[in-house]
Ligand binder design. Structure first.
Ligand SMILES: C[S@@+](CC[C@H](N)C(=O)[O-])C[C@H]1O[C@@H](n2cnc3c(N)ncnc32)[C@H](O)[C@@H]1O
Length: 496
């Protein structure tokens, strides 16, 4: 960390301590006890899992209280409304959603500059984001898969229409011209989308200084400690609300439940202490990154709301084109018919395909077997596996680039110090259309000195977004390829 950055971070943490934000492991500190940070957590850099994040300064025990942010320190629409001018204006525009209001509040607070109470926090917010709504036409096309392109288009259109709807309010509160732009709106939208935590009294959530520095860990990972596995397998799973308002199912150790509040998540607002409280979701060794589960997301959803994705995401799923007869042959909802991150068809997809491959007049008699997940017959299983493998294969072949090509492209993005080297590596690719489009979008085709191009911040930023699109489509293709291998293994065992 640069010296200057370190200094400003230290003053941010001092400011946070003055607001009562504390990582001392006590829920209700006595009045005379000064708030402090540095007892459990420190801000650190984790280049491979989220960049800036929070590390453990000592060994932490699962279930232990690690951070407490009092309600008065949370940035909520309610807190912002203490500003009379803003509150009167917002009341004139009640048709706006709670998220739109929080976005306007954030921009308004930003316009106050140093006089804002939140200034030390605001200056540490990221300057740029990569959520899907910030993708341009080039990055959208780079996703290659229709479903992902459609989600991106919807995200961009939604952001644009919400911005237009909020324009009258932003003009009424006299925001500076640069804060009235769509670019500023997108920045604030991405801040709210990727950093707010769930609070029970406002759907838009809240911004939580220090608490929003936790990077993400996906729910559903197997605990590595065999003892933990034993405990987990003996306890039923709970349906819980994540901090991002998404419903999750994951198993929790009885020990992890606070005996008083029957707490089921690793973070949440607690009425009795009037604070947002965070608990360690596992045991951490000193120096390890402390992570938080924001919710249960596929890679596309992570990209849409948070601007990143995971190489290993146990909750990832992909959808393949299915004939309408597959949907109509069973009562499974469409969204349950997917391929899991490891290439296996979901329970519902496999059952629906087994029923679909059964002659219509026999479906009723095998219904109970299908819905209990049983194989119907060897012949039926062979039809299903052949169909699934063929469908994944044609889905793979219909995409403009292969797994190998995407891997070379990513390698070039990661390992090129200069643009000449990037061009050199990508010469191996059969499809050069995408490279040409990138050069065109960034006006690089007539650049004479390509050596310095990658140093330009603008080009780096474009390449970061392009890289996310390539990473996403590569994961998608790998799931398809894994599904083909899975089907082939089953076929082999059935045919021998
Ligand atoms: C709530 S913030 C976490 C703190 C953030 N790293 C920061 O510097 O302010 C969420 C953002 O952190 C990044 N992030 C969180 N978890 C991540 C992970 N496991 N891998 C990559 N990026 C992650 C994403 O950019 C996400 O939008």
């Amino acid at each position: 960390m640069e010296e200057e950055e370190e200094g400003s971070l230290a003053s941010f943490l001092r400011w946070a301590g003055e607001l009562g934000i504390s990582d001392a492991a006590i829920t209700n500190p006595p009045q005379h006890c000064p708030s402090r940070l540095g007892y459990s957590l420190c801000v650190s850099h984790f280049p491979h899992s989220g960049g800036r994040g929070l590390g453990a300064v000592r060994d932490l025990r699962r279930g232990e209280l690690i951070l407490r942010v009092p309600k008065s320190a949370l940035m909520t629409s309610e807190n912002f409304m203490q500003d009379k001018k803003l509150s009167i204006a917002v009341n004139n525009h009640r048709y706006l959603s709670s998220s739109q209001i929080l976005i306007v509040c954030l921009l308004y607070e930003l316009s106050k500059g140093k006089s804002s109470k939140w200034h030390p926090y605001l200056i540490h917010l990221p300057h740029t984001y990569d959520i899907l709504a910030t993708f341009g036409e080039f990055e959208k096309q780079a996703l290659q898969v229709d479903e992902a392109r459609w989600v991106t288009e919807k995200a961009v259109l939604k952001a644009k229409s919400e911005w237009k709807e909020a324009n009258a309010l932003m003009e009424e509160i006299k925001l500076k011209s640069q804060l009235l732009t769509f670019k500023a709106w997108l920045w604030a939208t991405a801040t709210i989308s990727s950093r707010t935590l769930h609070i029970p009294w406002d759907e838009a959530g809240c911004l939580c200084p220090v608490g929003d520095l936790f990077n993400y860990d996906a729910p559903g990972r197997e605990p590595s400690d065999p003892e933990d596995k034993e405990i987990l397998s003996s306890i039923s799973s709970f349906q819980v609300n994540s901090i991002s308002n998404v419903e999750n199912t994951f198993t929790l150790d009885a020990e992890e439940l606070d005996p008083h509040s029957q707490r089921l998540t690793d973070g949440g607002f607690e009425e009795d202490v009037n604070s947002y409280c965070f608990y360690a979701r596992e045991n951490y060794k000193q120096g390890e990154q402390v992570l938080l589960c924001y919710g249960l997301y596929t890679n596309l959803e992570l990209l849409e709301h948070y601007g990143f994705l995971l190489q290993e995401n146990p909750n990832d799923k992909i959808f393949i084109p299915l004939e309408s007869a597959v949907y109509s042959s069973s009562s499974w909802p469409k969204e349950s018919l997917y391929i899991c991150h490891d290439g296996k068809p979901s329970f519902a997809l496999l059952s629906a395909l087994r029923l679909w491959a059964t002659p219509k007049n026999k479906r009723k008699s095998v219904g109970h077997l299908v819905y209990s997940g049983s194989q119907l017959s060897v012949d039926n299983e062979i039809v299903v596996m052949k169909w699934l493998s063929k469908t994944c294969d044609s889905a793979l072949n219909s995409l403009p680039t292969s797994i190998d090509e995407d891997t070379i492209l990513l390698n070039a993005m990661d390992n090129s110090q200069d643009f000449c080297r990037f061009m050199e590596i990508t010469k191996l690719l059969s499809s050069r259309d995408e490279i040409c489009s990138f050069l065109k979008v960034d006006n690089l085709h007539d650049s004479h000195d390509l050596t310095d191009v990658l140093v330009s911040r603008k080009v780096r930023r474009s390449m970061d977004k392009w890289k996310l699109a390539v990473l996403w489509r590569l994961r998608y293709k790998k799931v398809l390829a894994n599904c083909i291998s899975y089907c082939n293994e089953i076929l082999e065992s059935l045919l021998t």
